[in-house]
Design a protein around this ligand. Structure first.
Ligand SMILES: [Fe+2]
Ligand SMILES: [Fe+2]
Length: 190
């Protein structure tokens, strides 16, 4: 525990990563808009942005999702698995807490088991299409789907999951999540 440097809060780090990823997605939004308005004429212009976002999804975004899947989610699930709150908490409150916990568990499962794999798959599709220089309509559809998916996914994490993590995880748990995230980062750089 005794360390020289103040330990970073993992939620702050994940939020910062969202910001960095969304800056890159802004290029995709522009490319998709151009494709929608000007069609096949702008495919050549749009391709570099589409390729680079496809690449980002296979690297930066994938690493980010791994940190959530392998560091943050297990820590939250560990909290839900334990008895929550002091025994003095009224029955009514317990029920409310358990209902909330069920909802959160469902949200985590959805983010982890459904949305992360969907994002990975859409990224692969975009890379494939961009490599083949597919037509404007297909590129625009694939790009739009990714934007829709990421907006909704990041929204859920930022509105539900991250605030919940800030509330529920004790300093020691947060420290462990941060440590695991750093290990994942180091593994990826090897
Ligand atoms: Fe995520
Ligand atoms: Fe995320």
């Amino acid at each position: 525990m005794a360390r020289g440097n103040p330990v970073q809060n993992p939620i702050d780090v994940l939020l910062k990563e969202h910001e960095i990823i969304m800056e890159r997605v802004a290029d995709l939004r522009r490319a998709v808009r151009d494709l929608k308005i000007r069609g096949d004429d702008v495919v050549d212009e749009a391709l570099p942005a589409l390729r680079s976002v496809g690449e980002m999804m296979a690297t930066t975004l994938l690493l980010h999702a791994r940190k959530e899947d392998e560091a943050l989610f297990p820590a939250l699930e560990a909290v839900f698995g334990t008895e929550m709150g002091p025994t003095a908490v009224m029955r009514q409150e317990h029920r409310a807490i358990h209902a909330q916990a069920d909802l959160f568990r469902k949200t985590i499962r959805e983010l982890h088991e459904v949305e992360h794999p969907a994002i990975v798959q859409q990224g692969a599709e975009l890379r494939d299409l961009a490599a083949r220089g597919g037509g404007a309509v297909h590129l625009e559809e694939a790009g739009s789907e990714i934007i829709r998916l990421l907006d909704s996914h990041f929204g859920k994490e930022e509105m539900v999951l991250f605030p919940m993590a800030r509330n529920l995880l004790q300093p020691e748990a947060l420290r462990q999540v941060m440590e695991r995230m750093e290990e994942i980062e180091a593994e990826a750089r090897r």
